[in-house]
Design a binder for this molecule. Structure first.
Ligand code: ZN
Length: 110
C-alpha cells in the first residue's frame, strides 16, 4: 500500500482522487509537521474546512480538581478524504492555509 511519509508520520493514501487541490497532503504540495490530534467533526463549510472538537481536562489548582474543557480547531478537509459531520478524524499541523486554518485532515478513524 502506498503511504504518505513526512517527518516520521505515515498515513494510508485515500482511495479517492482530488483534482488540483494544492492543499491536499497526498496529491498536493502540503508538508506535514508538528502536532497531531484526534477529534470529532462538528461543523463543515463550503470552503473545504471542518471544525474539529475534542474534550480535554484542565486542572484548577484553587479547588484541586479537574474541569472539562473543549478544544476546537479548524482544519482543511480535502475532497479525497471528505469527512462528514460526526466523523472521528485525525488532524496534523501544517503551514498556515488561511488566517485561521493550519491543520489538515489526514484520516477518518472508523
Ligand atoms: Zn487528495
Amino acid at each position: 500500500m502506498i503511504k504518505k511519509k513526512s517527518a516520521g508520520m505515515e498515513f494510508d493514501l485515500p482511495n479517492q482522487e482530488c483534482n488540483e487541490d494544492v492543499h491536499c497532503p497526498f496529491h498536493g504540495e502540503l508538508s506535514l509537521h508538528g502536532r497531531t490530534f484526534t477529534g470529532v467533526v462538528i461543523k463543515k463549510d463550503t470552503h473545504k474546512t471542518v471544525s474539529v472538537e475534542w474534550p480535554r481536562i484542565h486542572f484548577i489548582s484553587k479547588f484541586e480538581r479537574y474541569a472539562k474543557r473543549r478544544s476546537r480547531i479548524k482544519a482543511h478537509n480535502p475532497n479525497c478524504i471528505d469527512a462528514q459531520i460526526g466523523d472521528k478524524v485525525t488532524i496534523v499541523e501544517t503551514r498556515p492555509i488561511s488566517k485561521t486554518k493550519k491543520f489538515v485532515v489526514v484520516k477518518i478513524n472508523k
